[in-house]
Each structure stands twice: as C-alpha cells, then as structure tokens.
Design a binder for this molecule. Sequence first.
Ligand SMILES: [Ca+2]
Ligand SMILES: [Ca+2]
Ligand SMILES: [Ca+2]
Length: 254
Amino acid sequence: MAPCLQYTLIMKNKIFLTTIAASLLCFAQTAPAITIDGAFGLSEWAGYYSSDDVVGSGGFVGPGYGGQAFDVEYLGLQIKNNTVYFGLQTGFNLANGVRLDGINYTPGDFAIDTNNDGNYDYAIDFAISSGVPSYSLYSASSWQNSMYAQHHVADPFQLATGTLIPTAFTGAYGSGVYASNSNGGMSYVLEGSFGLDSLAAYSGGPVTLHWTMSCGNDYLNVTSTPVPEPSSLILLGSGLTGAALWAARRRKRA
Ligand SMILES: [Ca+2]
Ligand SMILES: [Ca+2]
Ligand SMILES: [Ca+2]
C-alpha cells in the first residue's frame, strides 16, 4: 500500500478528484486474493470476515459454554468476479463433531441470506472425508434451530427442508494449532467457492453468511457487499479523471 499512499499524497495538492481515482485503482491492484487452501489467513480475508476468537470465564463462548472446542473464531464471505468465497475457522471439530457428556454435537450448515432480511435463503451442507470437503447448495424452505431455547440468537442450525441446486464448488479443509487462535488448542478450517449465478434469488446489495453447531453454544455472522469489478473501477477512475481534466481546463479558461 505504501507506494499508492505516497502517490495519493503527491496528488493531494493537485486535483482532489484525480486523488480519488488513483486511490481506487491502487486499492484494486493491492487487495490480496483469497486462496481456497484450508488455511484461514487474516490478510487474505481482510475486510471480509467477522471475528469472535474469545473464551471467557468458565469456558464461556457466548451464548453458551464449552471452551475452545465450541469457539467459533472467524467467518469470511467475499463476493468477487461473480464468485462467492466463504471461509470458517472454529475450535469445533468440523470433520467428526464433538462428543461431550454422552451427547454428540454436530456442525451446522452455512446459511446465506441473500437480501439481508433475516430469512436465510440458501444452505451449504458439507461432509469431510479423508480431509477433503464436499459441498451441496440448497435453496432453503425451512430451518432447524439449535438444541437449547436460550441459544436462539445462534439460530438457525441446519437446513430442515430445501431443494438441491447442482453447483460446482472448489473446497479445502485444514486443522491445526494456528497463531490466529488467541487461547490455544486445535482449530478447524473450511474454505470454499462457487459461482454467484447459483444464487438465483440474489439481486445485488449486501449478503449475510451465518454458521453455528447443533447446541448453538457459539455462532458468527458476516455481512459483505460484492467487491466492484476491476473494469467498473477503471471506468469509475477514468470518469473521475475526465471530470478532473474538465475542471482544470475550465479553471485555465477563467
Ligand atoms: Ca485460505
Ligand atoms: Ca479460540
Ligand atoms: Ca433473505
């Protein structure tokens, strides 16, 4: 970012509009790309994730307890170049679930709200076999809530009824002890991507992604607005530069 910043500062004393255009072009060039590799890099997801990597007193992860094994740490969503990228890092074992005090807890589906009205319109179900995830996209008709009434803020948990939308995904799964986990222990990661065209109900604007596990002990939401296409940034940039040149010529004539 440093050379861009410098350029912007130099331009600052000249024409304000050109500064905006230059900044937009610099931003488009330097934004790191998301890599679907099963590692949730905070730099690759920068600007497109929510974070709740906190284990409090008695193992409180909010709204429930359970410590690192139930801590939902990072949830990422980016829509760019007509592609939806999603990513999750959690202390919850995404491959095997968690068995505690004789109860099996299972991971939920990713829930997608395409028009940000609080109703989740799509679900991404997943299975992990020999370290390789497979994803299925559904148009959601109804949802199943988490097990405990006092955890309702974590709802929904998983799809109850829906219609499968045949969709090609890329995906990767990983697990390990990551520096991004502040309280120690294992974390589990899923990343994936698919074409935005599969979300037929989407008509622009912000999209919300949600994830929790069957007990709803912890959850995360992230809301993202699609990244402008580089072509539209260049158009916007050249439009602003044109406006600046016009303004400069006008000043000269006066
Ligand atoms: Ca990654
Ligand atoms: Ca943690
Ligand atoms: Ca909705």
